[in-house]
Design a binder for this molecule. Structure first.
Ligand SMILES: *Cc1c(COP(=O)(O)O)cnc(C)c1O
Length: 474
């Protein structure tokens, strides 16, 4: 299996060669040259599989340059009830992604039972084990540099802690994350995890990461890498739970289901698009945004118009102004025409937008089964309250956005599965506002904020960050 760039000008590479990288050399994103396809008989055989068997069945079709025995071992070590242990009462942790039924035909898929209580653990934990494996083979070293406004940083740190050959330098803004999110990261005492708390806002953290990554000499000399959401392995690993959820919500493979996905960078819903390409009988993929509605606008009008500013909302992990994984979907929508993708993103990268109505491409969106909607603060508070009152289930603000938009597109006879992307414990303020109570939290994490914290507070200064890396990169 070769991987090619959505912009068509980068060399084709194998899975292990794109694993540690970010963008392709032409600025595009790597995608498989063709999607593997599961036949009806193969899907029938997959129906009874547990999460690990499913993950191996799906991922071994996308990864052919890691010996299958090794891949199976890495998957078996990742997807255990011990790693995804924060299941709520009534959920079976062994399911890894338990399906909760609110009422017949309406489900929530629990994706946030991993160490950081957000769905990013689903892929990131595997990534940690894959990175360690590949670096071990090549005797390589990797210094992961990132900026986080909350969930990505903690998921990366919990996935990479204690891993041989890997260090994490994670920049976070002094203000803006919830106390729970801060404590989750800063409580880590592992020698290979470095929290750099920047006196500034998230955008300044991100600018510093970009500035360091653009210094190619520094980047090469210090083995700087990233784990951002365009990483192909993350998207691939996320496609597995679409299969798991489908089999849990249906009786046979003649049925279709729809998924509602709280979306920001389009990584999660892109994994659903890929699961469908691989033959999973999906009716609709429902793209749910918050007030940052660049994706909703596209799926309603055919115009993709990244915004100069991101709005800060009460579902902060979806606060994005442009959706980095969206290019993978548009590549398929455009019939895999890399020249077309190049010209579209040339417009975007010079600060503009594109409109897919003119050449009829937008009409094809219907064939890809994508619909969308957006949610406001009032909507999400209202949804958290209603779901609690009607079903006795507490959901977080991101999941609330997904449920609100999902219900707008619900069709009779088609099971609707709403992706739960975080646990309410991470977002206390929103829960307090909606319900007047503190969110439930796993007992093990009861005194998280009281644990000693390891962090380095510094000014928003590129040189200071570089110096810190030089001093700690070994
Ligand atoms: C990252 C995140 C999202 C958005 O996922 P994308 O893959 O970027 O679309 C939604 N909800 C939560 C809680 C997240 O952490």
């Amino acid at each position: 299996m070769n991987y090619l760039s959505t912009r068509g000008l980068a060399p084709q590479l194998r899975f292990s060669e794109i694993l540690l990288g970010g963008l392709a050399s032409d600025g595009g994103l790597y995608v498989p040259e063709t999607y593997p396809h599961f036949s009806g008989a193969e899907l029938a055989a997959m129906r009874g599989m547990n999460y690990r068997e499913l993950a191996f069945t799906v991922l071994s079709r996308l990864i052919d340059d890691i010996p299958h025995d090794d891949l199976r071992r890495l998957i078996d070590k990742t997807y255990t009830a011990d790693v995804y242990r924060y299941a709520s009462p009534g959920e079976n942790a062994g399911d890894i992604t338990p399906l909760k039924t609110l009422e017949p035909g309406l489900h929530v898929l629990a994706l946030s039972n991993g160490p950081t209580l957000a769905f990013k653990d689903m892929a990131m934990q595997l990534l940690g084990n894959l990175f360690e494996y590949v670096l071990d083979k090549t005797h390589g070293e990797l210094n992961i540099l990132g900026a986080t406004s909350g969930d990505t940083g903690s998921a990366a740190e919990y996935a990479m802690r204690g891993k041989r050959g890997i260090r994490v330098f994670m920049l976070s803004p002094e203000h803006g994350m919830t106390r729970f999110q801060q404590a989750q990261m800063y409580a880590l005492q592992d020698a290979n995890i470095h929290n750099l708390v920047i006196r500034g806002v998230f955008d300044q953290c991100q600018d510093i990461v970009k500035a360091v990554s653009n210094d190619l000499d520094f980047k090469t000399k210090h083995h700087i890498g990233a784990v951002n959401s365009i990483n192909w392995a993350r998207v691939a690993a996320q496609s597995v739970y679409y299969f798991k959820a489908y089999f849990a919500a249906t009786h046979d493979n003649d049925q279709q289901v729809s998924f509602s996905v709280p979306s920001g960078n389009f990584g999660n819903v892109c994994a659903g698009h890929i699961a469908r390409r691989m033959g999973l009988p999906i009716d609709k993929l429902i793209v749910a945004t918050n007030e940052n509605d660049v994706l909703d606008e596209f799926f309603k009008t055919g115009v993709y118009r990244p915004r100069p500013e991101t709005r800060h909302t009460s579902s902060p992990s979806m606060d994005i102004s442009k959706a980095s994984n969206f290019e993978r979907f548009v590549f398929d929508l455009a019939g895999r025409d890399a020249a077309k993708v190049r010209s579209l993103w040339a417009a975007v990268e010079s600060g503009g937008s594109f409109d897919l109505n003119a050449d009829g491409l937008f009409d094809r969106v219907a064939d890809f089964g994508m619909v969308s909607g957006s949610s406001s603060h009032a909507n999400r508070i209202d949804t958290i309250r209603t779901v609690y009152e009607v079903y006795g289930t507490m959901i977080d603000p991101h999941t609330a956005d997904g449920l609100k938009v999902g219900l707008e597109h619900r069709e009779p006879g088609v099971p609707l599965i709403c992706m739960e992307t975080a646990q309410p414990a991470k977002f206390e303020d929103a829960i307090r506002e909606a319900l007047g109570v503190e969110p439930v939290r796993p007992a093990e994490l009861a005194d998280l904020e009281a644990q000693p914290q390891k962090k380095h507070v510094m000014d928003a200064d590129v040189h200071a960050v570089k110096q810190f890396i030089v001093d700690h990169a070994g």
